[in-house]
Design a protein around this ligand. Structure first.
Ligand SMILES: [Zn+2]
Length: 503
């Protein structure tokens, strides 16, 4: 048995009870406590969560930290708009340190950088949220290690195994490259040639080196590997190369090409995604072409996995013609393996066929309940979460922009449990397992089925938390990072279900 496996098994070896006994008891306890919001919160905070597959690093930061960093870094703020900017602090801009010292100013900034105290009014939830990013992002520059620390610690404290963070490292350089070399990053360009572009190759090398520095600093801040390591050190973190899609076409194409190169070159990047408002005129105009570019790059890098924000719409946000086919195009043109949001599925043309295809192909939807409620006022029965489930489309719960929304991942499990009484404890186990099984992390899976938790044949009959009896199972765990994390998750379930939960 390898050393990591010993370490994984030792603490819980004595706690293992027959899985069915614990699961049945926990199922009953969950039904008894779920109507009490605070018991439900406690339960879901401790409940093991496989992964968070839709989490923007910029949006995961709470405003209080951004203000503190901006003050410490000598940045400026424009009091009326709360816009953060670099020094010198020429009027009407003032020093953040001075401005934030006043508690009234302070609370106004927290409200501006998040949805705290937000009420639907002249500014829609959509506009308030997307505008907030522009206000606070200058305050996060140079603070990437601290941001990783915050995002991973919150997941670790919530008993989460895996985190896929969306981040745009290197994308500004790709855009600058396309702007400097017009006519290169066109739809007609050879994807193989773009992959060899020396400018992009240089950006890949620089971005990887930058991530080395960021991660080393984060692990130092979090004291990873030390006896007093922070909870985030125990979370497996990977990245999705995040393309900003509202820029001119060639700048978006260059970002897409960079994203493919990063994923291909470095195992820390496990996939790519397109972000920024889907209803932006530039996105609407170029959506099909942007996804066509993904399809073309995929001919050179077929193993690179794609998740897409698609169907992040509610009725009335855009003309009905734009609500027709974004999810369909994401599947057919870009070969998306996951869909983020997918709110507009019910108003797409031929939605039933699309839903059946998603179920057949195993395309997962990243469900962001709080985000959709705030941005599009889409919630409860009007949300298509249950529609996807009815058609057998895999789903997982994710946080999206938890700092802006003032939530955490636990909140999304609580929200699902209190909004949808038909979801039983076993459904939440499957949602949790899906958050890992559909992660783009490398390696063969341990689970053959996320509903039952059944293992693949190599590990059939083994019990998570005990040393695998069969060499084939040990070999799978040794070879596959995904299988190891799934083993870890099942071990956490065994531990969780061995504990009492009802009062
Ligand atoms: Zn998102």
């Amino acid at each position: 048995m390898t050393r990591w496996l010993c370490a994984l098994l030792a603490p819980i070896a004595l706690l293992i009870t027959p899985a069915w006994a614990g699961e049945a008891g926990t199922t009953a306890a969950f039904q008894r406590l779920r109507s009490d919001p605070w018991l439900l919160r406690q339960f879901m905070a401790e409940f093991p969560k496989g992964g968070d597959l839709h989490n923007h690093l910029d949006g995961s930061i709470y405003a209080e930290n951004i203000i503190a960093w901006a003050a410490a870094d000598g940045l400026c703020v424009e009091p009326a708009s709360a816009q953060i900017s670099a020094p010198p602090c020429t009027p009407p801009r003032v020093s953040m340190r001075d401005h934030a010292a006043d508690s009234v100013n302070y609370r106004r900034m927290v409200d501006a950088y998040s949805v705290r105290n937000y009420e639907r009014g002249p500014a829609s939830g959509h506009d308030h949220v997307f505008d907030a990013f522009g206000l606070f992002i200058p305050g996060t520059l140079g603070r990437q290690p601290e941001m990783l620390r915050e995002a991973s610690n919150r997941r670790g404290a919530e008993n989460t195994v895996y985190l896929e963070l969306l981040q745009s490292w290197g994308m500004d350089k790709a855009r600058a490259l396309a702007a400097a070399e017009p006519g290169v990053f066109t739809l007609q360009a050879s994807p193989a040639e773009l992959a060899r572009h020396p400018g992009l190759q240089r950006i890949v090398a620089e971005t990887r080196a930058e991530l080395d520095r960021i991660e080393a600093r984060w692990r130092g801040l979090s004291r990873c590997g030390q006896p007093d390591a922070e909870p985030g050190c125990g979370v497996a973190v990977r990245y999705l190369a995040q393309v900003i899609r509202t820029f001119p076409p060639e700048q978006v194409h260059a970002q897409i090409a960079l994203a493919f190169l990063l994923v291909n070159a470095d195992a820390r990047w496990v996939g790519l995604n397109l972000v920024a408002p889907e209803d932006d005129p530039n996105t609407l105009r170029n959506y099909r072409e942007q996804l066509g570019m993904i399809g073309r790059m995929a001919t050179v890098f077929p193993k690179v996995q794609v998740s897409l924000h698609a169907g992040e719409f509610a009725m009335g946000l855009v003309p009905p013609e734009d609500l027709r086919d974004h999810i369909r195009i994401a599947l057919d043109v870009a070969g998306a393996r996951r869909i983020g949001h997918g709110e507009s599925i019910g108003i797409e043309t031929n939605a039933r066929q699309t839903l059946r295809d998603m179920a057949t192909r195993g395309v997962l939807v990243e469900i962001n309940l709080t985000s959709n409620a705030i941005i599009h006022d889409l919630q409860g029965e009007r949300h298509p979460f249950l529609l996807y489930r009815k058609f057998g489309v895999p789903t997982a719960l994710s946080a999206d922009d938890e700092g802006v929304f003032r939530i955490d991942l636990t909140n999304e499990y609580v929200r699902a449990a209190s909004t949808y009484p038909g979801l039983a404890y076993g459904d939440f186990k499957q949602l949790s397992r899906n958050g890992l099984a559909y992660g783009f992390l490398e390696g063969e899976p341990l689970l053959a089925d996320t509903a039952s938790g059944r293992f693949v044949p190599a590990c059939a009959g083994e019990r998570a938390g005990r040393e695998p009896a069969r060499a084939g199972c040990r070999a799978l765990l040794a070879a596959s990072p995904k299988a190891r994390l799934q083993w870890d998750l099942e071990t956490r379930f065994a531990r969780f279900e061995a504990a009492p939960h009802a009062p």
